[in-house]
Each structure stands twice: as structure tokens, then as C-alpha cells.
Design a protein around this ligand. Structure first.
Ligand code: GLU
Length: 482
């Protein structure tokens, strides 16, 4: 049997890290077995689904490298199939129309609560006569379609992650709603728990791998597989992603969607690598850096943890920095240009490519995230960069004026600037003024970059020199030291 798995996001929000991590596990499992990874967009919630969320989900999966083999399929384009299948259940007497109003259902729940019972549907309309149905319809009531659940059933499956799980039919809340807003002649709007099963059968899904929050749906869905006469697939429920407090990672934790991580300057292979480790331990637990393809070779569900996976920013940052540090200057430049552009920096991105790559080579080894490049290189892209408070203080220290003046004169007399000539120039000025180089350099940095910290000073100077801005910077510094 060839493995077929799917990711089935609802486009009611941007691609969430939890969904993306579940997509990673599905992808790894499919690739490990040479199987098929299907993408299905569960857009039946018309009020909350939006095309821009669908786009965000597709972009996010592609960006992460989670290529799918079939789809995207859209549930809203498959409504006929769902309606036909509901009709089959109605014809077989396995489902029925129920006419209680929301108020009647609420009264039922209140009464159950008052008796200390768990709220559930009392299956009250399971056996309506034709006359009773006609009377409700004459009243103008719409119906829901309910699938019969046998209270005496026990439903058991062996979960790929959690082992044997058993549910009792009586704990499933009574006959379940599979469509709403139905009329005597119309099926209405089919709902999640039903359509997901119809689709998984139709798409021949062999393993349903999804978040732990769906465990309670699985026994109901198993009953639907049986009713629809289809083999029951394997199920695997992946652990939740938790915040530092151990609660489910939610919108309140700030960054949760893949596009947010992307904007913050995490690179796709690092984030994919990190998500792989969120709940899975490779056979060699010391191996932390790998591509999705490498992980796929070793992936199995017996190394997926049951316990929730704590989201660890330090670990993600560390991984991201490892990827950034290993990147070529050219690849890094491709990734940095959009950040520089978004920050409003302007240069001729084509003609200045060699200069940009030198910048990437300079700052690459100290980057943790791509967005850090923006403040780090401001002095190279902003002509009138100004001086920070610390830099101003440094430049206004006793003795700074003479140093800046001497550096400025020496620079104006030097024909070309190279790494070694820059070094000799500093040495010469230090000797002339009877100072140590270590005293000069912080002042030179403050003058050239407007900051007291930053990338390697000599390299920064050379890059600034290529822009033709170093002389003017020393002049501007002179103006504030005097
Ligand atoms: N549409 C569901 C969700 O986004 C997925 C359901 C499933 O995987 O079975 O949570």
C-alpha cells in the first residue's frame, strides 16, 4: 500500500506555525515512504475563509519547501460530492433531519447542567414520524442533519503517536450534526467532521496526521468511515506547540504565523529544521542541523513525542544563525536585498552587486536574523547618517578633535585606500599624535559610522570609501568635535 497523507488547512488565518509543523511531519512521512502528499484547503466556513489567507498558506508551504504532489483541492468546489454522500446516509437510515431550534437546544443543555450531566444532544428527533416532520417544516423551521451515534459502541484506534486510544459512543455528545440549514428538499451546508471524512476517503488518504486538538473528532470520524463503507485509515495526533509557560502557543504569544517568522528574518531551511525538532527526536539526538530531505530519511512516528513541544526562541535563533553563517555572500545578498529595500535604502542594486556582496561577507558571520542587517548597515546606505548619543560623546571627549583632524588630513593625502593602507594610516596618525591605535579606533568608528559598535572597522571604512562618503563623514565629525 502506498502512503498517501494530506495537510488540510482552513483559510481562516495565515499559515500558523502549528499547521506548518503538522505539514512538516506529513511531508517527512510521505517522503520517507516514497508516498504522496496532498494539499486540501478546507474552506467550507464561508464567513471566516478568505482568499488572501489561502494565498498566505500556499506561499508559506512553498517557502518552507513543503512541496505537495496533489492539489490544492478546495472543499467549496466539492459540495456536490458531500451532499450525495449525506443523501446516501439519509437513504440508509443512518442520518436524519432534526428540527430543534437553537433555543430548544439551549434549554436542553441547561436542564442537563442543572442535573449535573454533561451537555449532549438527547437524540430527540431520531424517530420523528412523517407527520411530525411535515409539521415542523410547515412551521418554517430549518433542520440540521444528524448522524446516528450508538451510545453502546466503543471506538478504538492505535494512534501512531499515542498508542491505543478508546472512546465510548456515549461520550460523543449524542447524534452529531453533519450539515446545517437543511430543508425538506435540500441537504444544506455540510460540516467539517463529515466533509473531512468524505475527502479523506475520496483522496485515498492512508494516514491522517494532524494536531492533537483533533483527537476528539477521530472517534466520530471512524464511525463515519464505517457508515460510508470505507476502510479506516491510520491516525496520528501530533503534540501541540507550547509557549514558555507551557500553554498552547496562541495569537497572544505574538509571532505565530509563518509569514511573521519570514518577515523577522528567519530563513526557510532553518525554520523548517527547527519545526522538525518540535516534537521529533532524530535517531542521533546530537544531530541538530539537517535539511528536510535528510530528516525524511530518518523520520518515523515512534520518535515523535507525546508531550507538548515547547517553543524555544534561543534554539531557533541559534539554528538560524548557523544557516546564515554557512551561506555564501551571493546567496545572503539575495536574501538581504528585500530587507534593505523595505527599509527604504536606495542604491543601484545591479551595478552595486559586488559592493553589496562585500557587505554580506562582512556582516554574515554576526547575523542571527536577516532583519538585523538593516540597522547594522545603516551607515553604508544613509548618506547623512548623523551621530548617536554615544558616538557624539566619544567624539566630544578630550583629544578627539586632534585625532579626527589628523585622520581627515591623512585621508585627504592618501591616493587610494586599501586594507593595508588604511591600517598604516591609522598607525601613522597614532604615532604622530603619541597615542595608541586602540585609542584612535573607537573615535574613527564613531566618526565614520555614527555608532560606537558595528562590523569590523577597517572593512567598514573600505566599504564606505567605495561609496565615497568617508571624507564627508570625517568632516561632519570635525564639525561636532570643535
Ligand atoms: N481543517 C482542519 C484544521 O485546519 C484540519 C483537519 C484535519 O487535519 O483533519 O485544523
Amino acid at each position: 500500500m502506498s502512503v498517501r497523507v494530506r495537510i488540510a488547512p482552513s483559510p481562516t488565518g495565515n499559515l500558523h506555525i502549528g499547521t506548518a509543523r503538522t505539514a512538516v511531519f506529513n511531508w517527512l512521512f510521505a517522503r520517507h515512504h516514497g508516498g504522496t502528499f496532498v494539499l486540501r484547503i478546507e474552506d467550507t466556513d464561508l464567513e471566516r475563509s478568505r482568499p488572501e489567507f489561502t494565498q498566505n498558506i500556499l506561499d508559506g508551504l512553498k517557502w518552507l519547501g513543503l512541496t505537495w504532489d496533489e492539489g490544492p483541492f478546495f472543499q467549496t468546489q466539492r459540495l456536490d460530492l458531500y451532499r450525495r454522500k449525506i443523501q446516501e446516509l439519509l437513504d440508509q437510515g443512518l442520518a436524519y433531519r432534526a428540527y430543534e431550534t437553537p433555543e430548544e437546544l439551549e434549554t436542553m443543555r441547561e436542564a442537563q447542567k442543572a442535573r449535573g450531566e454533561a451537555p449532549r444532544y438527547n437524540n430527540g428527533h431520531r424517530h420523528l414520524t412523517l407527520e411530525q416532520r411535515a409539521a415542523y417544516e410547515a412551521e418554517g423551521r430549518t433542520a440540521v442533519i444528524r448522524f446516528k451515534i450508538d451510545d453502546d459502541r466503543e471506538i478504538t484506534w492505535t494512534d501512531l503517536v499515542r498508542g491505543k486510544i478508546t472512546w465510548k459512543g456515549k461520550d460523543l455528545g449524542g447524534d452529531m450534526v453533519i450539515a446545517r440549514a437543511a430543508t425538506a428538499t435540500d441537504i444544506g451546508q455540510p460540516l467539517y467532521n463529515f466533509v473531512v471524512v468524505v475527502d479523506d476517503i475520496d483522496m485515498a488518504i492512508t494516514h491522517v496526521i494532524r494536531g492533537e486538538d483533533h483527537i476528539g473528532n477521530t472517534p466520530k470520524q471512524i464511525l463515519l468511515y464505517e457508515a460510508l463503507g470505507a476502510p479506516v485509515p491510520e491516525f496520528g495526533h501530533t503534540p501541540l506547540i507550547l509557549n514558555q509557560q507551557g500553554a498552547k502557543l496562541s495569537k497572544r504569544d505574538g509571532v505565530t504565523s509563518i509569514s511573521d517568522f519570514q518577515k523577522m528574518g528567519y530563513v526557510a531551511p532553518a525554520l523548517a529544521n527547527y519545526m522538525t525538532l518540535l516534537g521529533w527526536t532524530p535517531p542521533d539526538a546530537t544531530q541538530e542541523i539537517f535539511t528536510l530531505e535528510e530528516a525524511a530519511k530518518q523520520f518515523s512516528f515512534d520518535r515523535v513525542n507525546k508531550a507538548g513541544a515547547k517553543f524555544d526562541w534561543d534554539k531557533l535563533n541559534w539554528l538560524n544563525s548557523q544557516y546564515l553563517h554557512a551561506m555564501s555572500a551571493s546567496a545572503l545578498t539575495d536574501l538581504l536585498i528585500p530587507y534593505w529595500q523595505a527599509a527604504g535604502y536606495e542604491v543601484d542594486w545591479i551595478a552595486k552587486r559586488p559592493w553589496l556582496e562585500q557587505i554580506s561577507a562582512l556582516i554574515g558571520p554576526s547575523l542571527t536574523r536577516l532583519d538585523e542587517a538593516v540597522p547594522m548597515t545603516r551607515y553604508l546606505f544613509t548618506q547623512d547618517v548623523g551621530f548617536s548619543e554615544e558616538a557624539t560623546r566619544k567624539l566630544q571627549q578630550d583629544g578627539s578633535a586632534a585625532i579626527v583632524a589628523a585622520l581627515s588630513t591623512a585621508l585627504s593625502q592618501s591616493s587610494e585606500l586599501t586594507e593595508s593602507s588604511a591600517q598604516s594610516l591609522i598607525k601613522q596618525v597614532a604615532t604622530d599624535l603619541g597615542r595608541k591605535e586602540g585609542q584612535l579606533k573607537p573615535i574613527l568608528r564613531a566618526a565614520l559610522t555614527g555608532e560606537t559598535k558595528g562590523p569590523d572597522l577597517i572593512q567598514s571604512w573600505l566599504l564606505l570609501h567605495q561609496q565615497g562618503w568617508d571624507t564627508a563623514r570625517l568632516q561632519a565629525a570635525l564639525a561636532i568635535v570643535q
